[in-house]
Structure formats: C-alpha cells, structure tokens
Design a protein around this ligand. Structure first.
Ligand SMILES: Cc1ncc(COP(=O)(O)O)c(C=O)c1O
Length: 377
C-alpha cells in the first residue's frame, strides 16, 4: 500500500510547496469561533455589500423551478452576456462571464501561461494573482508599489521588455489601498507587447451613478482599440452577489472566444445567472446602495482621520479604506476588535506592515467600529 508521503511525492512539487490563499470566513463559522450571534457581527473584512442584493434577485431565485434547477445551465450564459453587452456598450462576443472574477483570472492564466512564462505583479495587491501564478508555474516578477501605493511605471515597462512578460496585472482600484491608476498608466502599458489584465472589481465605487461600471467612458469599451487589454469585473461588490459567484469581463472577440471555450462549461449556475440578470434589471436601486456606500466611505475616512493612533490612507475609490496602526501591533488591534464582533482584514504582508483594511459598512456599523477604535486604539 502506498504511504501518504509517497502519494505527496506524485503531486506537482510547486503545489506541495506553495503558500495557500487565506480566504475569509462566512458568518456561521465566525459566529461559532467568536461566540457572538451572527446578527451582532460587524463584518468589515471582505468588501462585501452591506445592503445585499436587489429584491428582484430573491424574486428571481424563488421563481426558479423544474425547468431550471434540474437542468444544466446555458454554457454560453447567453442572456446574461447579452444584457451585459447592452449595458456596457460592447458586442456580446466581447463579454465573458465566470464564477466570480476569480474564475476569470484563472481562465486567463490557463489561456496565456505555460510553466515558466512571466507575469508582472505590483504588490501590495490582491493575493489571487500570486496564488494562481504558483499553481500554473508562472514566473512572477514583482515590481513593488512605492510608499504611496503607486505603480513604478518605468520599472514595470522595463521588466516587461527585459523578461518578455506575457502579462502585466493591474488592479484598479487596487486592493488594499483603493487607489485607481494615475492617468496615462494604462495607455502606456497597452503600447507594450504584453497582455494587460485590468482587474476592475471595485470600479463601480470610483464615480457616482455606476458611471465607471456602465457609462459611456467605461473601460470595457477600450478593448475594441486594444487587443491586448482584458478587463475583469464582478457582481460581488456593487450588486451584492458575492455568495452566488458571478464575475464578467471584456476582451476582443478572439480572446473572449478562447476564454469561453476553455472555462468549465457550466461555470455560471442557474441561480447565479438569474440573480445577475435580475441585478442588471434593477440598476437604479443598486445604484442607491452604492451611493450610500460612497457617502459612508467619506464619513468613515473623516472619523478614522481623527484617530491619532491610526493613519487612514486618503483617496480610496473603492468600498474600503487602508489603515496603518501607529501605536500597537495591527494584529493585536484586529484581535481586540474581533472579540467585540468587529472584523477587519489584516495582512501580514510586505509593504503592509501594521496595516489593516476596513470595508465600508452601514452608518451603524461605522459607528460601532469608531466607538471600539476610540476605546482600543
Ligand atoms: C481585486 C479583486 N479582484 C477580484 C476579486 C474577486 O471577485 P469575485 O468575488 O468576483 O471572485 C476580488 C475579491 O475580493 C478582488 O478584491
């Protein structure tokens, strides 16, 4: 009989030695761990939408029946992609859908990377890129952001050329600092001989009225002039569908065609597709929630800025704020907040020493957070 160690020896070595992705925990798990009932937990650790989805989503889910649930979903997610194309102002053939933007990042890795190929990543940023890079055997060239979380454009450009990088990953607004790219960055990188993955998971929070997500200047429209651009988005944040896992993206019809061809055939389940379509039918109401979050982000920043033992990063264009803790280990403050049922995201990562990220919640949640910080920080 084989030993467990011998079985592990058969696994890909890069998987056995890789650093795992640390996901956040859902309410029931948190509640059991903290000994605090779910309704008392202030969950500001995963940039979810505190207002939840549109009521039309729950109606659409309740209406699912025997013509949907027992039947495999449409592998082309045709109705959803058609609706998205109309809202974005691009051709349906340019739109891709996935089980979260996470799946679409992975589909791009499958499409473009053979083991040993190079990607350029600019941390601190979303951890999924490094995680998937490890799984796919990608060589990651790290060009760190500066102290103001800005991209070192000259260094990125030089690295693309020197390493013949296949892809540059730009997260904008960047998770965890919330800053968008400085003007001209995207245009300059698009001139290079490389794929530019623009992860706009939080773009809905950059301008009022969902203008950046669906307005006439939305960046999915740039794909028509830039065949090396792929834009990824999600329904997890502005539409409040994180639990149902729906993301979308835009690329040239050729790239989008390959992405649709190599994804898992039934990646968008019937509930997720119905929910995403219902969200697109209720944009004014979802926009009202986004507007409340934008107002709350500014109020939360003003409150945090008054706390002398914290330094909140100004200018977030996303639904979270990065905070540096000045008077104690951030891990300690995070743990003390958690004891009170207030969850924030702490990263023990280079470039984020003693920082944590706080998602924008409801006004009541901000009040609880600020009261606890006044006591603890
Ligand atoms: C920058 C960024 N991209 C993508 C995602 C993944 O989004 P989804 O829930 O659609 O998989 C997240 C989730 O937090 C994110 O922060």
């Amino acid at each position: 009989m084989m030993t467990t160690a011998a079985v592990e020896n058969l696994m890909r070595a890069e998987i056995v030695r890789m650093t795992p992705y640390i996901p956040i925990k859902p309410f029931p798990v948190l509640s059991a761990e903290l000994g605090i009932p779910i309704h008392r937990i202030v969950k500001l650790d995963a940039n979810e939408n505190p207002y939840g989805p549109s009521p039309l989503v729950y109606q659409a889910l309740a209406n699912l029946g025997n013509t949907e649930v027992p039947i495999y979903p449409d592998p082309g997610s045709t109705e959803l992609r058609q609706k998205l194309a109309e809202k974005l102002g691009v051709e349906m053939e340019m739109v891709v859908t996935g089980a979260g933007a996470d799946e679409l990042i992975e589909v791009l890795f499958k499409l473009f990377f053979s083991p040993g190929d190079v990607m350029i990543n600019c941390p601190p940023t979303f951890g999924m890129y490094t995680f998937l890079g490890q799984i796919y055997g990608v060589k990651e060239i790290v060009i760190e952001r500066d102290a103001n979380f800005q991209i070192d454009l000259d260094a990125v450009e030089a690295a693309v050329i020197q390493h013949r990088a296949k892809m540059v990953i730009l997260c904008a607004p960047n998770n965890p600092d919330g800053l968008y790219l400085t003007p001209g960055t995207l245009e300059r990188l698009l001139k290079l001989n490389t794929i530019v993955l623009l992860d706009e998971a939080y773009v809905a929070f950059t301008k009022p009225n969902l203008e950046a997500e669906f307005g006439t200047d939305n960046s999915t429209r740039l794909v028509a002039q830039h065949p090396n651009l792929v834009v990824l988005r999600t329904f997890s944040k502005w539409a409040g569908l994180a639990g149902l896992r729906v993301g979308y993206g835009a690329a040239t019809p050729e790239v989008a065609g390959y992405m649709m061809a190599i994804k898992q055939p039934y990646n968008i389940n019937v509930a997720a597709e119905a929910a995403a379509r219902a969200s697109l039918d209720d944009l004014p109401r979802l926009n009202t929630n986004v507007q409340k979050m934008l107002a709350e982000r500014e109020r939360m920043y003003a409150e945090l800025a008054q706390c002398s033992s914290l330094r909140a990063l100004p200018g977030s264009q996303a639904n979270f704020i990065l905070v540096e803790v000045l008077n104690q280990p951030a891990a300690h403050l995070k743990a003390e907040l958690a004891k009170r049922g207030i969850l924030v995201r702490y990263f023990a990562k280079k470039g984020l020493d003693n920082h944590f990220r706080i998602s924008v919640g409801t006004p009541e949640q901000t009040n609880q957070l600020v009261a606890a910080l006044k006591e603890l920080a």
